[in-house]
Design a protein around this ligand. Structure first.
Ligand SMILES: [Fe+2]
Length: 164
């Protein structure tokens, strides 16, 4: 793919994020099933609904840009999710698994936050204000999810420490 302008870089990164969000849509139901803590399950369920909205938001953005969201597979997210999958195959105490799931989810959130922060800034620089606002909204939600996970970890990590 040719990449001669910031606009092209923006489109390329948005395609990566679109692929990443769709990979998360597939991974989250497995994490919900694997989690034991009701609070953690509920947190993942809430983020699954948010992720659906993130995908729709990206589709709106692609429409505005008159570009297709398809054509890229985000290899970074593929790796982050593969790590999470490896963890879920471990034979772990439920509390330890929950602590691990929080860590896996936080890796996902931080990867997304980096991506959304970049595209938000590119859109802002390019004067694409409505697009930059939508991206900021998603960025705020990813950050809120990450903070919620940190909060959950406070108890769950302690439980994990007491397990077995
Ligand atoms: Fe997301």
């Amino acid at each position: 793919m040719e990449m001669e302008s910031l606009k092209e870089l923006l489109v390329d990164e948005l395609k990566d994020l679109y692929s990443a969000e769709n990979q998360i849509l597939k991974a989250l139901p497995k994490m919900i099933k694997k989690a034991t803590s009701p609070d953690l399950k509920a947190g993942f369920e809430k983020h699954l609904k948010e992720t659906q909205i993130h995908v729709e938001r990206l589709e709106t953005i692609f429409q505005e840009l008159e570009e297709s969201p398809k054509g890229k597979k985000c290899k970074g997210m593929e790796g982050v999710i593969a790590d999470g999958k490896e963890l879920m195959e471990e034979d772990a105490e439920p509390e330890v698994m929950d602590a691990g799931l929080i860590g896996a989810a936080q890796h996902v959130e931080h990867y997304e936050m980096a991506g959304y922060g970049c595209v938000r800034t590119y859109a802002e620089l390019l004067g694409l204000n409505s697009i930059s606002k939508l991206l900021q909204k998603t960025l705020d939600e990813e950050r809120a999810t990450d903070e919620k996970l940190t909060e959950l970890a406070r108890d769950i990590n302690v439980e994990a420490e007491k397990a077995a």
